[in-house]
Write a protein that binds this ligand. Structure first.
Ligand SMILES: [Zn+2]
Length: 445
């Protein structure tokens, strides 16, 4: 099979099927479309190929019958955990952390980071993810190595050094100075990396979760994020054992959300992973404060944590996107996350817990792209194929997701999205671009 000539860097024009959510709620679908990427890596003309003009069309890279989409946004993953992806299905969260995760993160020194991080960034791109919000390990120098790898790779990445002072996986760290040390390390990392690579790299202050952090660490870390404009990310309400432990550790707090609220941690630059078991008052407070939630349905079923009442949260107006949560989720693909999320909501319906309409395929696609971008405050920058946005795109080869040789991709956008979600293939993403620059990882070269 001859591969089409694929543009490596801007400017360029591409002829392909285009599919994207749009900011106004509609969906872009051009079966024979053309898009232009300017020299700065921004999208220009987007529309039917018939309107692109003869000159542009003659110079275009003809990728038909591939489908070009916005790159996916992964709102939650743990980069050092990738080597243990797929281990510990059904284990209780806290036991799983002890058994499979802390030892791996303890071993995440610079040589390990220099080996694992470049592979991880390529793996994200191969899965169709062009923006990832991830946790590192606790070591400052391993974070530098992780950022350097992202800088070299070209992916859009937001990364944070894990902070923990109540329990730690490294007994050589002095517990009496751990808070000040972790804050100082985080401060230096923010200075070096927040806004680096022309703002392609950003920093997220990352206290692991309330079980492993004191109220002091939560408060100080939130203040640091506030003072520097960095993101603040942590976990919330993932499983019932964890929720009980948080209630025991923070008896003064009304509920789990209140633990982070008292720390000053809520707001539009905060992304909380999971939130499976939120009460009505908790949900209300998150919506009111503009806090974002990363929905990680694969992880939630892998560790038997629970099934998010997604309809109730969306109805309440909670800003959400999707997360792979590798390694509690075994797979980096956001398409896999959509599929599992879809099935999980069907299970709720079967159980009589959902009576209203459920999200359709295009709506899941929107959650994995534009809503993820909005959750990061990047809704005007990436997440959809619209003029003026940065060209963070992927191209999917439909031959991987159609059951019969030579079969043409469907005419209906929901049907196309449905094929991608329910027949997601590990090799279907053939190209990923960030700002019009092609990323290493997807399998063409
Ligand atoms: Zn996680």
């Amino acid at each position: 099979m001859t591969l089409p000539a694929i543009p490596d860097r801007p400017p360029f024009g591409v002829r392909a099927c285009l599919l994207s959510p749009l900011a106004d709620g509609r969906t872009l679908h051009e079966p024979d479309g053309y898009l232009a990427v300017d020299a700065d890596g921004r999208l220009g003309f987007i529309g039917p190929a018939s309107e692109a003009g003869d000159e542009a069309l003659a110079a275009a890279h003809d990728l038909r019958p591939w489908v070009v989409l916005p790159g996916m946004v992964d709102l939650h993953a743990h980069l050092p955990q990738l080597p243990n992806a797929g281990l510990g299905a059904g284990m209780d969260l806290l036991a799983w952390l002890e058994r499979y995760i802390f030892s791996l993160e303890r071993g995440f020194d610079v040589p390990t980071a220099e080996r694992v991080a470049p592979m991880a960034w390529r793996a994200f791109a191969a899965a169709g993810t062009t923006t990832a919000l991830v946790y590192g390990a606790v070591y400052e120098d391993s974070l530098d190595a992780t950022f350097r790898a992202a800088e070299a790779h070209g992916i859009r990445a937001i990364v944070g050094k894990v902070m923990m002072d109540r329990i730690t996986y490294d007994p050589t760290i002095d517990p009496t100075t751990i808070l000040d040390r972790s804050l100082a390390e985080t401060g230096r990392l923010i200075e070096r990396w927040h806004g680096a690579a022309d703002d392609r790299l950003r920093y997220a202050v990352t206290p692991r979760f309330a079980v492993s952090c004191t109220a002091d660490m939560l408060r100080e870390s939130a203040a640091l994020a506030d003072a520097t404009g960095a993101y603040w990310q942590t976990h919330i309400s993932e499983d019932l054992g964890e929720i009980a432990e948080v209630a025991r550790l923070f008896p003064e707090a009304r509920d789990y959300v209140d633990v982070y609220d008292r720390a000053g941690g809520l707001g539009p630059r905060t992304i909380l992973a999971h939130g499976v078991h939120l009460s009505d008052p908790e949900l209300e407070r998150l919506v009111e404060s503009g806090t974002r939630v990363a929905h990680c349905p694969v992880s939630n079923l892998f560790l038997a944590s629970g099934v998010m009442p997604l309809g109730r949260y969306l109805e309440a107006g909670l800003q959400m996107g999707l997360g792979s949560d590798v390694a509690a989720g075994p797979d980096l693909s956001i398409f896999t996350v959509m599929r599992t999320g879809f099935y999980a909501q069907h299970a709720r319906k079967v159980a009589g817990l959902e009576t209203g309409p459920l999200l359709g395929p295009v709506e899941w696609l929107r959650l994995g792209s534009l809503e993820g971008a909005r959750s990061l405050g990047l809704g005007d920058v990436i997440g959809s194929i619209e003029p003026g946005k940065e060209a963070d795109l992927i191209a999917i080869d439909p031959s991987y997701i159609l059951p019969m040789d030579g079969q043409a991709i469907d005419d209906d956008p929901d049907d196309i999205a449905s094929r991608m979600i329910f027949r997601a293939h590990p090799d279907m993403v053939r190209v990923a671009w960030v700002r019009g620059r092609r990323l290493d990882g997807p399998g063409v070269r």
